[in-house]
Design a protein around this ligand. Structure first.
Ligand SMILES: *[C@@H]1O[C@H](CO)[C@@H](O)[C@H](O)[C@H]1NC(C)=O
Ligand SMILES: *[C@@H]1O[C@H](CO)[C@@H](O)[C@H](O)[C@H]1NC(C)=O
Length: 694
């Protein structure tokens, strides 16, 4: 009796227990690495294999959750319980839309939590993610397998690692050595990370070049099916967290629809990249060109050689959907049709229009996605570089199909038109705001500096422009040092973008911390709170000085403040011609080709003044420059040094940039001010005093 209870208990609990103990793969990886250094090979294998398995499980669960939730909560229906339209209630449809969003979020959330445990459990640091991307686990595995004499597995692991690290000389030697060993078969050199669609494609190609056309066709057919599965998964994986690109997340304060738009555009961009990702494989540095269509090219010829003319015709017709004008394929079609009989041939349809309508669906969706992206690009300046060259998915020829579908086109045009109108209204309102503001500004120079230690080193005249000033002695040597170490401490404590490549130059590393982040880190004890406080106080001091020097009648508010260090990467300085920070204007979009600056979002149009407080001079390069609107003609150049401030109007009279930092680390506090209190930086409204006695 007792036993039966126990069993019942177990069987009830077992499924959910099993689901919740999926061990995080970063933890398993660490355990394996530790065991490696102790020479405990079985433990290495056990944990590393499990880490790879669990990582794959996490990915696949996430994709499956998103796909099945998308299935359950498709958009576009009326909200449940609202069958009849309410009089004058246009927003009811809006509610329906958001109801779906909430339901989808709930569905995905509970699906993932059910299967994987809490959401944060399987989050890993960037470092760990990179190790897996570089296939490092296979490096450990090959040694461990070799040590316990599992030669075939050692070879496969070595091969898998080498594919992603073709410059790894040691592994190359290992592989040469394995090749000469007795008992090692050519089939042992497997890519254990190969995606099914790619593995099938490569298999197909290999049979194809051996003239084994029957086998080739089988593999290409499977490859096509796997391609669409992989495509769906890849796209589902794009629906992840918003990536702030590292350095402006503190400034991010978009409204509901802008937030949704920004994130959605990123998702679409990612989805477009799937075509490239699917056509890529570790052993090849470029993606296969014309990847999906090429399957049908191989297939048609394989079927022809197997004397399967119906299939051959079907595949030529499918290929021609991508490249309607392809001469060779049209000739093939004519030839196969003649062999089979014209009448019979005419009745054979290309694949996607017949039974597997979903293929056409995928292509049409891709085009719609692109349209939205181009729209986002035009309306919001959201960057979209089309990753899909015509070779990979020749969408321009597919465009014809879309255009034929008048209804869809008309609908999209109308929706886009409506959205455009809304945006225009918003922009107009914003412009009105800023022109009201402009009346208040009556900038003049030469006001008091408020502190005796500060002196004017150069006026606007000496700086060859207007609304410019160079001040020295604004802060002391000690204060410079303290802020400099604050930056390095914050970078170390996982500000999220420590040691990142600079967003502006591949030859530099970049680290930045905002006042808000510094205060938070200070409160958490990660950096000295005193230093965070100093950052806050000194930026206030600079603001007051700028306000006073330019004799502003209205107060300035912080729009953003950022302590930024740029470090030269020593090995990347040869033949360098780029700038550390390209020439730009702070409150408008500089179009240097036209000598124009457009004061519209996404530029930070509300910024009115800017100041940069320098902290050091022990580096090479890194001069601050003012230019003409052409972004080329340098009108003035300033060398940073501790306590120096360059202050200037944020408008088109002051295009500026930073010359490349070629040696050492250059640190500065960048400050942007606005006259519009509505755009005040968040941190200024929360008290930084409450914890100062901690
Ligand atoms: C989506 O729903 C349809 C019909 O209910 C079903 O046939 C299909 O398998 C589902 N797809 C997924 C990914 O769950
Ligand atoms: C201003 O222009 C003059 C003449 O072109 C130049 O010599 C001088 O260095 C410029 N001033 C600064 C601060 O660069």
């Amino acid at each position: 009796m007792e036993l039966r209870y126990a069993l019942l208990f177990l069987s009830l609990l077992a499924p959910s227990c099993a689901a919740h103990i999926l061990e995080p793969y970063d933890f398993l990886f660490d355990t394996a690495v530790e065991a490696y250094y102790k020479g405990e090979w079985l433990t290495v294998i056990l944990n590393m294999e499990k880490a790879l398995r669990n990582k794959a499980t996490v990915r696949s669960v996430k994709a499956q959750c998103r796909l099945s939730c998308a299935n359950q909560t498709a958009f576009g229906d009326r909200p449940s319980g609202m069958d009849a339209p309410l009089p004058g209630a246009g927003s009811v449809e809006d509610l329906g839309f958001f109801q779906k969003i909430l339901k989808r979020a709930d569905c995905v959330n509970s699906c993932e939590t059910d299967k994987l445990g809490t959401r944060t459990l399987h989050e890993v640091t960037e470092d760990v993610a990179l190790e897996f991307k570089k296939r490092t686990p296979y490096n450990y595995l090959q040694v461990a397998y070799f040590k316990i004499n599992m030669l075939d597995k050692a070879v496969a692991a070595a091969h898998t690692f080498f594919l992603a690290n073709p410059d790894h000389m040691e592994m190359k030697q290992n592989l040469d050595y394995y090749r000469m060993m007795a008992g090692v078969q050519p089939e042992d050199f497997k890519d254990l990370e190969a995606k099914p669609h790619m593995a099938e494609f490569l298999q197909g190609k290999s049979y194809y070049s051996d003239d084994s056309f029957g086998l080739a066709a089988n593999h290409f057919e499977v490859a096509v099916d796997e391609y669409f599965t992989a495509d769906k998964e890849c796209k589902a994986m794009c629906e992840g967290a918003y990536n702030y690109d590292g350095y402006n997340y503190m400034e991010y304060s978009a409204d509901l629809f802008q937030t949704m738009t920004d994130h959605y555009m990123q998702v679409l961009n990612c989805k477009q990249h799937c075509a490239v990702e699917l056509a890529s494989t570790a052993g090849k540095d470029k993606p296969f060109e014309d990847f999906l269509p090429s399957h049908f090219n191989y297939l048609q010829f394989s079927y022809y050689n197997s004397e399967k003319y119906e299939q051959a015709i079907e595949c030529t017709k499918t290929f021609l959907l991508f490249h309607p004008g392809d001469e060779v394929m049209n000739q093939n079609l004519a030839y196969y049709s003649a062999v089979l009989g014209e009448d019979k041939a005419r009745d054979i349809a290309a694949r996607q229009i017949s039974t597997q309508g979903y293929k056409r669906g995928i292509q049409r969706k891709s085009i719609l996605e692109k349209e939205l992206l181009y729209f986002g690009y035009e309306a919001f300046g959201i960057t979209f570089v089309d990753p899909v060259s015509e070779q990979v998915i020749p969408y321009r020829s597919l465009f014809a199909y879309l255009m034929a579908d008048r209804e869809t086109t008309a609908r999209i045009t109308e929706e886009i038109g409506n959205l455009m109108k809304e945006i225009e209204t918003l922009v107009e309102e914003k412009k009105k705001d800023s022109s009201d503001m402009a009346m208040v500004i009556a900038p003049q120079e030469g006001g008091a500096l408020l502190h005796d230690d500060i002196k004017v080193t150069m006026t606007a005249n000496q700086l060859n422009g207007s609304q410019r000033v160079l001040l020295d002695g604004v802060i002391s040597e000690d204060e410079c040092r303290e802020l400099h170490s604050l930056s390095n401490a914050a970078a170390l404590k996982g500000d999220g973008y420590s040691g990142r490549p600079s967003p502006h130059s591949p030859s530099e590393m970049f680290q930045g911390v905002t006042v808000l982040k510094a205060v938070k880190l200070g409160q958490e004890g990660m950096v000295p709170l005193k230093s965070a406080r100093l950052f806050f106080d000194l930026s206030e001091k600079v603001k007051k000085v700028v306000e006073s020097y330019f004799r502003l009648d209205a107060p300035l508010y912080f729009s953003y403040s950022h302590l930024v260090c740029r470090s030269a990467i020593d090995e990347k300085q040869k033949d360098r011609e780029d700038l550390s920070h390209p020439v730009h204007v702070d409150n408008c979009l500089l179009v240097s080709e036209l000598n124009e600056c457009i004061k519209e979002p996404p530029a930070y149009t509300h910024r009115d003044f800017s100041a940069i407080l320098y902290l050091n001079n022990d580096f090479e390069g890194g001069e601050f420059i003012f230019t003409e609107l052409d972004a080329k003609t340098v009108t003035a150049e300033v060398r940073p040094q501790c306590g120096r401030v360059i202050g200037f109007g944020a408008g088109q009279e002051n295009p500026h940039g930073v010359r490349s930092v070629t040696k050492g680390q250059r640190c500065a506090v960048a400050l942007w001010f606005t006259l519009d209190p509505a755009h005040e930086e968040k941190v200024r409204t929360i008290s930084v005093d409450q914890h100062q006695h901690n």
